[in-house]
Design a protein around this ligand. Structure first.
Ligand SMILES: CC(C)(COP(=O)([O-])OP(=O)([O-])OC[C@H]1O[C@@H](n2cnc3c(N)ncnc32)[C@H](O)[C@@H]1OP(=O)([O-])[O-])[C@@H](O)C(=O)NCCC(=O)NCCSC(=O)C[C@@](C)(O)CC(=O)[O-]
Length: 372
């Protein structure tokens, strides 16, 4: 999309948002302090968080061998992606596919993958104390990986972060976490503070699912509810909120409305990541809205892998290849090599027997074949 087209589209969004502002009640969440712990700038650099190895694979029904998962992460690390969600310390009864996450973490610490970007950050979901402790047990076996004095010497040592995940609706919270929103937040308070207090002082990401539509409650998710959950998580100390359009039901005007509501609640763009699923083909349109709003962190999944086990019918995240191509077309810098990531998308699709869901990935490979 040309920059001018994006700007004129965004003007229309701004008008739609202004109209919405006049009809909606103002947020009940008071403007508060700024939360951002890092200062990402409003420039043309975009941080892409690759969630394929976790969000992308967690819903696959056939067991994916550990070696395939590790190889996927290693291949992704060579494309310039430096933030990779690698696994999940959840109950194997709930999500059996993530059962070998301890082995994945252990491998990444023992043999950090060579990367095109430095340093790499690997993220793991940890929904409760048990999950965090299981993660810490692996870290404790590799103390040297975290020795501060080593960091200066070897820039390739990976950083590890954990992620907690809340929901914007009660129904989704019950389905995904077997508890209410408020009880899940109380539980996360302990997880977040423990993660910060460990010698590793882990960075913590806080997901909020179903922010633009819930499979059980429908389209009309209250943006003020999202703002309240985000505020609670930020006050507990999370470093970043990732807003999950789990169902892909988000549209451009509602994305804009949500982001305006969060801004009114005092949540800065630097605190936010957008996590769009592409179920209705709206992920890049919504990405454009968020980009124009000033957000600079976006989640994506190689080959469009994925789907949430507790969101029936939801398809994968926006494909990394599509995201990179889109960002480049706008003159944004992702640091990711499109050709390389297209190769990874094709490789993993074949490995797990799925069709490559990235239209850009398929186009890149098709163009390459035509030239041969
Ligand atoms: C939170 C619980 C565990 C509560 O589940 P529960 O059944 O209420 O938990 P519990 O405390 O009663 O424990 C039940 C059993 O699980 C064990 N257990 C308990 N916790 C753990 C753990 N961490 N690791 C390993 N085992 C665990 C526990 O030890 C016990 O084992 P048993 O005594 O029966 O043998 C469960 O609901 C759960 O694991 N949910 C996770 C669901 C999930 O992973 N969903 C997908 C990720 S979220 C997502 O994809 C959305 C996102 C992030 O991508 C953004 C978006 O798109 O929206």
């Amino acid at each position: 999309m040309a920059r001018t087209a994006l700007l004129s589209t965004s003007r229309r969004f701004a008008q739609a948002a202004a109209a919405l502002r006049t009809t909606r009640i103002t947020t009940t969440t008071k403007p508060m302090r700024s939360y951002a712990t890092s200062s990402e700038t409003l420039n043309n650099h975009v941080k892409l968080v690759e969630v394929g190895p976790r969000d992308g694979l967690q819903n696959e029904k056939t067991v994916i061998p550990l070696q395939t998962k590790i190889e996927l992460i290693e291949r992704l690390a060579k494309t310039g992606l430096s933030w990779i969600e690698a696994g999940s310390f959840v109950s194997p009864k709930w999500v059996p596919q993530m059962d070998n996450s301890p082995e994945i973490l252990s491998h990444l610490l023992t043999s950090p993958p060579p990367s095109a970007a430095s340093p790499l950050t690997f993220s793991f979901l940890a929904p409760n104390t048990k999950g965090l402790n299981n993660c810490l047990a692996v870290l404790e076996k590799h103390p040297n990986s975290f020795a501060k004095e080593l960091e200066g010497e070897n820039k390739k040592l990976p950083h590890i972060e954990i992620a907690v995940f809340a929901a914007a609706t009660e129904s989704f919270s019950q389905k995904n976490l077997n508890t209410s929103i408020s009880a899940s937040l109380e539980n996360f308070r302990g997880v977040i503070s423990s993660a910060k207090e460990t010698p590793y002082s882990l960075r913590v990401r806080g997901y909020i699912s179903v922010v633009l539509g819930c499979p059980f409650e429908g389209y009309d998710v209250n943006p003020h509810q999202v703002a309240e959950v985000a505020t609670a998580l930020l006050e507990m100390g999370v470093d970043e909120i990732s807003l999950g359009d789990t169902t892909g039901m988000g549209t451009a005007p509602r994305t804009k409305e949500l982001l305006n509501c969060l801004r009114s609640a005092g949540i800065r763009n630097e605190d936010l990541a957008m996590h769009f699923h592409d179920t209705f083909g709206q992920a890049l349109v919504n990405t454009a809205v968020a980009l124009e709003h000033g957000v600079r962190t976006f989640d994506c999944s190689v080959a469009g892998l994925g789907g949430c086990p507790y969101s029936p019918g939801a398809t994968g995240n926006v494909a990394t290849e599509d995201m990179v191509y889109f960002m480049e077309s706008l003159g944004m810098d992702t640091g990711v090599d499109l050709d390389k990531v297209a190769d990874v998308g094709e490789w993993v699709s074949k490995e797990i027997g799925r069709q490559n869901a990235s239209s850009v990935g398929r186009a890149v490979l098709g163009a390459r074949k035509r030239k041969m």
